[in-house]
Design a protein around this ligand. Structure first.
Ligand SMILES: *Cc1c(COP(=O)(O)O)cnc(C)c1O
Length: 394
């Protein structure tokens, strides 16, 4: 899923989403402000999709220091005049909370309307993202059919490295639409709130702190799309109850019947950084280079197949190795017992290309030579005024 312009699966939905949204905006002659909060991949994919599109302005919030160099450069070298990138002093949960607050901020919205601007979001809080994320699950199934690896109607499982639960929500909807899927497997990193939830029925943010891992796109505790699964399985009234409990107590629990229903569709597991690196090393030795997120799905698929929890399955590769070169470099060292000393991300990329069959796409290699045009890094408290200031100037 990572063959799009910014080398992560976010392109799969944001490319068509961007084209449609700006088409309709132009048709209505209405300007839209698109907000994006990113843990590293949504930001670049949103900017790429909307840069220089008429009737569109983009604000992209990323956690300063929370992304890889490549991901940061993909955003900070963006020079389209309709795009503004803001680093924030906080993590992804802070960025996403800031975004949700702005989407509900009446003053902010009224102020924008007065300038003829409407608000939308590029994150998977926007159902427009999820719609496109249904399609490739059908494609995966039909590809297996075409290659005679399954027979028509045979069930397969899908293993998804999950953070905000948007990718796997696409698979859930595909299943509800009739695609013969057995288990949808949530693969988490050490921030394993999702895999705990699928196992126990308890979603508890209150007892956790966000940990930094080698798969930063999954360093999330407030996983936005779980609510949509609750809504689909248990209805509006119960979902509201659970969400209110999350708001007030930082936690909620399903009852036994609800948990059983959830487990009909979902399985889960998690993988720590050591197991993740081991999986990357194992695959490098087989001649293929996985990024850390995809490696977690690979680990999950193998483990659950071994335990006979799933049978034939597809694991989703969500990013190209090039976006996470420091971790890939570590796995490479291990695979070939190399003695080189790590210097920086640029050299790590060079080493990986020398030792494996991996090829660096031009969109990534040229990043290091582009001027940095987006330099703002601000405190969470001033995000709103920073945005208003940019809107008034642009
Ligand atoms: C966004 C992302 C994920 C998590 O996907 P969700 O839809 O948020 O669950 C996993 N891996 C990579 C590389 C990503 O960019």
């Amino acid at each position: 899923l990572y063959s799009g312009p910014t080398r992560a699966f976010k392109d799969m939905a944001l490319q068509p989403f961007g084209a449609l949204l700006s088409h309709f905006a132009a048709q209505k002659k209405q300007t839209y402000l698109i907000l994006a909060a990113t843990s590293g991949d949504t930001g670049p994919a949103t900017l790429e999709s909307f840069a220089n599109k008429p009737y569109i302005k983009v604000i992209c919030l990323y956690p300063d220091g929370g992304t890889s160099d490549i991901q940061r450069l993909q955003m900070t070298t963006q020079n389209a005049s309709n795009c503004k990138v803001i680093g924030i002093k906080g993590n992804f949960d802070d960025a996403q909370s800031a975004l949700k607050n702005l989407l509900n901020d009446k003053d902010f919205i009224t102020n924008l309307h007065a300038q003829g601007i409407y608000l939308s979001a590029a994150n998977s809080v926007n159902i427009g993202r999820i719609v496109f994320q249904i399609i490739y699950h059908f494609w995966a199934y039909f590809s297996l059919l075409k290659n005679a690896q399954i027979t028509f109607g045979e069930k397969i499982s899908i293993v998804v490295p999950s953070g905000n639960f948007g990718n796997i929500l696409g698979a859930f909807f595909a299943k509800k639409m009739g695609l013969p899927l057995q288990k949808l497997v949530v693969a988490s990193n050490v921030n394993n709130i999702l895999s705990d939830f699928i196992h126990s029925g308890v979603y508890d943010v209150s007892s956790r702190v966000l940990l930094r891992s080698k798969s930063p796109a999954m360093d999330i505790l407030k996983s936005s799309n779980v609510e949509r699964v609750l809504y689909a399985l248990f209805g509006a009234k119960r979902t509201r109850q659970l969400m209110e409990s999350l708001q007030t107590k930082g936690a909620y629990s399903l009852n036994q019947d609800e948990l059983a229903l959830l487990q009909d569709d979902f399985s889960a597991l998690y993988c720590d950084d050591t197991q993740c690196l081991q999986s990357m090393t194992e695959v490098i030795k087989k001649g293929f280079v996985l990024d850390p997120h995809s490696a977690i799905a690979y680990y999950g698929a193998k483990k659950l197949q071994k335990e006979n929890i799933i049978d034939k399955s597809v694991f989703l590769a969500t990013a190209e190795w090039s976006k996470f070169a420091p971790s890939v470099w570590e796995a490479l060292q291990e695979a070939y017992s190399l003695q080189d000393v790590y210097s920086d991300e640029k050299n790590a990329i060079k080493d990986i290309c020398e030792h494996t069959s991996a090829v660096l796409p031009q969109a990534i290699s040229t990043l290091f030579n582009k001027p940095i045009t987006q330099k703002d890094v601000v405190a969470i408290s001033v995000i709103r005024s920073c945005i208003m200031q940019w809107i008034e100037q642009s």
